[in-house]
Design a protein around this ligand. Structure first.
Ligand code: FMN
Length: 336
C-alpha cells in the first residue's frame, strides 16, 4: 500500500523526541509498512552530513526473506537475540569511508550549485581545490572514520525519530558476539564499516515503555562559557517542555513490572528484572549527578525492602581498579 500525506501523523518534533524510547518488545505478528520503512530511511538520508558526502548507507533485512539470517543471528549480542527475532525489520547502518575520499569534491560542488557555499563565507574554488580538498584527502582513514561515524550517528538519530513519529518502535542493538561477523556475512569491503544495528517494529510493550528513562541532570551535562561552570535550566522552560510532551513522566510507571512479567509469560521467557546489590542501589540513589524522580526512588526502596539482591562480585574490584589506573578516573565509589 502506498500512502498520501493525509495518512501521515503530524506529531510535533518536540513531542516525538519525548515519545522516543528504546523498544525491546516487538509484536512478531506485525510488519511495518513499506512506506514507513522508506520514510525512516529518508530521514537518515536527509540528515546533515559533512560536505554533503553522503557517507551513511544501510542494508534493510527481513528475517523471512534474508538468506543470511542465520549468519547474522550468530553475531548479535545475546541480550539482543529476542529483539531481532521479534522485530519487523533490521537495519544495518553502514559508514562508507570511501565517501570521504571519493565524494568530497562533488559534494562541495553540489553545495555550491545549491547556493549553500558562498563567497560571503570566503569560499573560493581555487583555494578549495588547492588547499581544502588536498588537506581533507590527506586525512588517514582512522581519522575519517571517527568523523564519518559521527555523521552516521546523525542519520540514525534522525531515522529513529522519524520512526517514533510514525508510531513505530526502534532500538539500536550491538552485534558484539562475533566482532567482524556482520561485515563478513554481508561480504562488505574494508571501506564499508558496520556502525550499528537498528531493530524496527511495532511495540508489544506500551509505547511509553514504562516512562522516560532517567538521565544525568541538565546542569551536570551542559556548561556555560567554560567547562565545569553549570548551565542551569530554567524551570519555567522545563515546565513548558512538559506541557509540549518533550519531558515526560519518568520511568518506571505503575504498571511496568506487571507488563514485563506478562510479556515474559506470553513468550515463555523468565519473568522479572535484573537488580544490582543493595549497597549499589542505595549509593546510586544518593548520587547528586542523576536526575532521579520519585518513581525510580520509590522503586529503589521497594527493591531494597524486598531483599534477595545479589552480592557484589569481588572480582569486579580488579576491573575497577584497573580502570582507575588506565583511564585516570575516580571509580573508587564502585569499590567501597
Ligand atoms: C549506540 C547505542 C547502542 C545501543 N545498544 C543496545 C543494545 O545492544 N541492546 C539494548 O538493549 N539497548 C541498546 N541501546 C539502547 C540504550 O540502552 C538505551 O538508549 C537506554 O536504555 C536509554 O533508554 P532510551 O533509549 O529509551 O531513552 C543502545 C543505544 C545506543 C545509542
Amino acid at each position: 500500500m502506498s500512502v498520501s500525506a493525509a495518512d501521515i501523523p503530524d506529531t510535533s518534533i518536540l513531542q516525538t523526541i519525548g515519545n522516543r524510547r528504546s523498544i525491546r518488545y516487538f509484536d512478531p505478528e506485525k510488519k511495518v509498512e513499506d512506506w514507513k520503512i522508506q520514510t525512516i530511511l529518508q530521514a537518515g538520508r536527509l540528515a546533515s552530513c559533512q560536505g554533503n558526502i553522503n557517507a551513511t548507507e544501510a542494508i534493510v533485512v527481513e528475517k523471512e526473506t534474508c538468506e543470511l539470517w542465520d549468519e547474522i543471528e550468530e553475531c548479535v549480542s545475546g541480550f539482543n537475540v529476542q529483539i531481532i527475532n521479534q522485530c519487523s525489520h533490521l537495519v544495518f547502518w553502514l559508514t562508507n569511508l570511501n565517501a570521504w575520499y571519493g565524494r568530497a569534491n562533488d559534494g562541495l560542488s553540489s553545495l555550491a550549485l545549491s547556493g549553500a557555499l558562498t563567497k560571503y563565507h570566503g569560499w573560493n574554488y581555487e583555494f578549495t581545490m588547492t588547499q581544502t580538498v588536498p588537506r581533507l584527502m590527506s586525512f588517514p582513514t582512522d581519522r575519517t572514520e571517527i568523523l564519518l561515524r559521527f555523521e552516521s550517528g546523525q542519520a540514525v538519530g534522525n531515522s529513529m525519530l522519524a520512526a517514533t513519529g510514525l508510531d513505530v518502535g526502534s532500538i539500536l542493538i550491538a552485534f558484539g558476539r562475533k566482532p567482524g561477523g556482520v561485515e563478513k556475512a554481508f561480504g562488505l569491503p574494508p571501506n564499508l564499516k558496520f556502525t550499528w544495528g537498528h531493530a524496527i517494529g511495532y511495540p508489544l510493550e506500551d509505547a511509553k515503555a514504562g516512562g522516560q528513562r532517567p538521565r544525568l541532570k541538565f546542569e551536570k551535562l551542559f556548561h556555560k562559557n567554560s567547562y565545569g561552570n553549570p548551565l542551569m535550566p530554567d524551570p519555567a522552560v522545563d515546565a513548558a517542555l512538559k506541557d509540549k510532551g518533550m519531558i515526560q513522566e519518568q520511568s518506571p510507571d505503575a504498571g511496568r513490572f506487571a507488563e514485563i512479567d506478562k510479556l515474559a509469560e506470553q513468550f515463555g521467557r523468565d519473568a522479572g528484572v535484573v537488580s544490582w546489590p543493595e549497597r549499589e542501589v542505595q549509593r546510586l540513589m544518593r548520587d547528586d549527578d542523576w536526575d532521579f524522580g520519585p518513581a525510580i526512588k520509590a522503586r529503589a526502596e521497594e527493591v531494597v525492602a524486598a531483599g534477595g539482591l545479589p552480592d557484589y562480585p569481588e572480582e569486579m574490584r580488579e576491573t575497577f581498579q584497573k580502570l582507575m589506573e588506565e583511564h585516570n578516573i575516580d571509580a573508587s565509589k564502585y569499590l567501597s
